[in-house]
Design a protein around this ligand. Structure first.
Ligand code: SF4
Length: 243
């Protein structure tokens, strides 16, 4: 059953219809995977069928490389390639994309324009690419913007917490892959809590807090050898690169 069949709120149904999303799944680019996974869960809480794109692969680079010149930021090529790959894999009638944007010197604000221009060139102008922008307080999502902004902020904080659990545990794990598995399980449970529909913000927050508490226990229980002589390496910087 399409996700929108489970939505009864007339305002959400109208927003889905107005954006051309009926019968389509809304895909978000990875930035990073965990953050996107939880942001998509937050968007599901207001009734949209939102999920991250599937993992990038070599075909992502092939497709992205066909429509970019190499002057763009490398993530632009990846996002473009992933969107084109999702159209190939899922069918142009079943997909839509959410590409956030922002103002300022960072070239992130150009991604949306290039994606729309290339979709038009390739004859995919019927595939919806919707956006939300910080410049209007995300009001493009209508009456639900305040509710969604609050849930999305909690998704960001939850991702930060889970990412810290992941990074502080993984270098010391005894069983290779065990920390990644704990992280994915924790993302899944936190995502379920964030995506709860027809509940108050308080009830959703309580569910998120419980999921994060279980995640903490899950990471603490992982067999690990905490070796204090191992140096801690902090990485600071911009992600800009070209390829
Ligand atoms: S790579 Fe850097 S400059 Fe380019 S869009 Fe991303 S943050 Fe902005």
């Amino acid at each position: 059953m399409p996700y929108s069949d489970t939505v009864t709120d007339p305002g959400v149904l109208k927003a889905i219809a107005d954006m051309g999303l009926e019968g389509r799944r809304l895909y978000l680019p990875h930035m990073p995977y965990g953050g996107t996974y939880l942001l998509a869960a937050a968007i599901r809480s207001i009734g949209f069928d939102a999920w991250p794109t599937t993992d990038s692969d070599k075909h992502t680079l092939d497709l992205g490389g066909r429509v970019t010149s190499g002057d763009e930021c490398y993530p632009q090529k990846i996002v473009m390639g992933d969107f084109l790959r999702m159209i190939e894999d899922e069918g142009r009638d079943n997909v839509a994309f959410l590409m956030p944007t922002a103002n300022g010197p960072c070239r992130f604000g150009q991604y949306l324009h290039l994606i729309k221009a290339k979709f038009q060139e390739l004859g995919y102008d019927d595939v919806p690419v919707i956006t939300i922008s910080s410049s209007d307080g995300y009001t493009s999502i209508g009456n639900y913007s305040q509710d969604l902004v609050r849930t999305a902020w909690r998704a960001v904080l939850a991702q930060d917490i889970l990412m810290k659990f992941l990074l502080k545990t993984r270098p010391y794990e005894r069983e290779k892959g065990s920390t990644d598995a704990a992280y994915l399980k924790s993302l899944e449970e936190t995502g379920e809590a964030l995506s709860l529909q027809h509940v108050s913000q308080r009830e959703r927050l309580d569910a998120v807090v419980k999921a994060l508490a279980r995640a903490g226990e899950r990471f603490r229980a992982l067999p690990a050898d905490y070796d204090r002589s191992r140096p801690l390496i902090g990485v600071v910087g911009e992600i800009f690169c070209r390829h």
